[in-house]
Design a protein around this ligand. Structure first.
Ligand code: GDP
Ligand code: MG
Length: 458
């Protein structure tokens, strides 16, 4: 060591960005590395986890055959700047001769982190950049998500403070700004001029045409590595339910059809029709505000066969719509109900099924009409139906399925369930009393509800 004289010192230049997202760090770095053949460029966005000291090591590796290196990372925190100084000191001897010294040049992009110009310009650039970035996919993940990352950087941003460590260790600070549509070009020129002024022995002047050409090429740059968006990815909000909605008028009509059916059956039946459940539902206000026919529920994905039905609706027929909603309403989607556009369903009432606990209407889903694709009618419920209400809240609506199963399976096909002159009572169970209180009344065959909306519950 002692025989290395001062003249043997080799200087290497380390250019350190201090910036937030979208300032044009990468664009400016590309321009500079194109115009300065001795200048390398290392990007934190090209580093896969675990990060540790990889960026510094890449920079040191680059400096083996370059005079300069640009460390393309935001370095918006004092801690990050300190880390660069510390790591260079700790690691450089593994890569470079011991008599290497560094000149640290700071590219100070942000003079006022609250500047609306800075926000508007960087925000627009990040949106325009879309998915054309290693980790931040503004298109896939949505604008809101990109904005939240950007705001995080701005809020945490610690401005360059030359009077204190670590920033006092910079040999040169070059103030840049992000105010114009060609900021990266003018910033690159500022850097070139400043470097030429401070270190004429390593940087030579560059013509305007070359700058312009490098700027255009840099704008066209696409990252090679794209890291799979993992944890940071905006969670896609998925629906939990798809069904057919009956509007208010449809509901009134269903209720009316039920009343007429019960009245007709009572009129021609020797036994009095058991109206008690229906009357109770009405009196207690237990008839749901919105009536619907379930097509598929996410819970059905537990079953392989039923899961396929769910998948066809959610991941095939309506996946595009769901994707668009995620982009359009990323914040409001969760818990919301969304009507499917350009899609209508026709249903036909088949039978009214009543037990002591509940009433439901078995329906046939005649067709689902979609403007751009043909949709096979399927339901994860063996007997598609409208639950008209349960007598108290301890009885879940899914019990409709059990009642329908019991009544229809025991009577054979649901088409022939009703005795011609009265309700079909189930006679098969040993528990006669119990079954006596379950009834199926068949509707006339022509009660159609057309052009009903389909909806997704998120
Ligand atoms: P970084 O996040 O600071 O690395 O910013 P980038 O260099 O990736 O720039 C963000 C987006 O803005 C990219 O799509 C660039 O192509 C674009 N961009 C960068 N500088 C300029 C500029 O001076 N003018 C215009 N019009 N677009 C730019
Ligand atoms: Mg970048």
């Amino acid at each position: 060591l002692s025989n290395i004289s001062l003249t043997d010192v080799i200087y290497k230049f380390v250019i350190v960005n201090v910036a937030v997202l979208g300032c044009g760090k990468t664009t400016t770095s590309i321009i500079l590395s194109k115009l300065l053949p001795k200048c390398g460029h290392v990007q934190s966005d090209n580093i896969t986890k675990p990060v540790k000291d990889k960026l510094t090591r890449m920079a040191l590796e680059t400096l083996k055959d370059h005079d300069m290196v640009i460390i393309d990372r935001g370095n918006h925190l004092l801690r990050e700047r300190k880390q660069i100084f510390d790591e260079f000191e700790d690691l450089y001897h593994e890569y470079l001769p011991i008599n290497t010294k560094f000149k640290f040049v700071c590219l100070n992009y942000v003079s006022n982190k609250h500047s609306p110009e800075l926000w508007n310009l960087t925000r627009n650039r990040i949106i325009k950049r879309g998915d054309n970035h290693q980790t931040i996919k503004a298109e896939t993940q949505g604008i809101k998500f990109a904005e939240s990352i950007m705001k995080g950087f701005i809020n945490r941003f610690q401005p360059v403070d030359v009077d204190h460590e670590p920033d006092s260790k910079f040999n040169v600070i070059i103030d840049l700004d992000v105010h114009s549509n060609e900021s990266s070009k003018s910033n690159a020129v500022k850097v070139l001029n400043a470097l030429f002024e401070y270190y004429p022995e390593v940087v030579s002047p560059v013509s305007d045409e070359k700058v312009e050409q490098a700027f255009q090429e840099a704008l066209d740059h696409k990252p090679e590595l794209t890291i799979k968006v993992g944890k940071a990815k905006a969670k896609k909000i998925k629906p939990v339910y798809i069904g057919i909605r009956l509007g208010d008028k449809d509901k009134a009509r269903v209720m009316d059809e039920i009343e007429q059916l019960l009245a007709r059956c009572a009129a021609k039946n020797n036994h009095p029709v058991d109206m008690s459940t229906w009357v109770t539902l009405k009196q207690l206000g237990r008839i749901p505000m919105n009536l619907h026919v379930t097509l598929a529920h996410i819970a059905s994905t537990r079953d392989k066969k039923l899961g396929k039905i769910w998948n066809r609706y959610i991941n095939e027929y309506f996946s595009k719509f769901i994707q668009e909603l995620n982009k359009k309403l990323p914040d409001e989607l969760n818990g919301s109900v969304q009507t499917l556009p350009n899609t209508k369903a026709h249903i036909r009432l088949k039978s009214l099924c009543i037990s002591e606990k509940l009433a439901c209407v078995e329906v046939e889903i005649v067709a689902i009409i979609n403007e751009s694709q043909s949709i096979t009618v399927e339901s994860t419920n063996a007997y598609p139906h409208i639950t008209m209400g349960t007598v108290d809240q301890t009885i879940p609506a899914v019990e409709s399925n059990l009642l329908l199963q019991e009544l229809i399976r025991h009577c054979g096909s649901s088409e022939i369930a009703e005795a011609p002159d009265g309700p079909a009572k189930n006679q098969i169970s040993a528990d006669e009393e119990n079954f006596n209180r379950k009834y199926l009344y068949k509707f006339p065959p022509d009660i159609l509800f057309e052009d009903l909306n389909l909806f997704l519950q998120f």
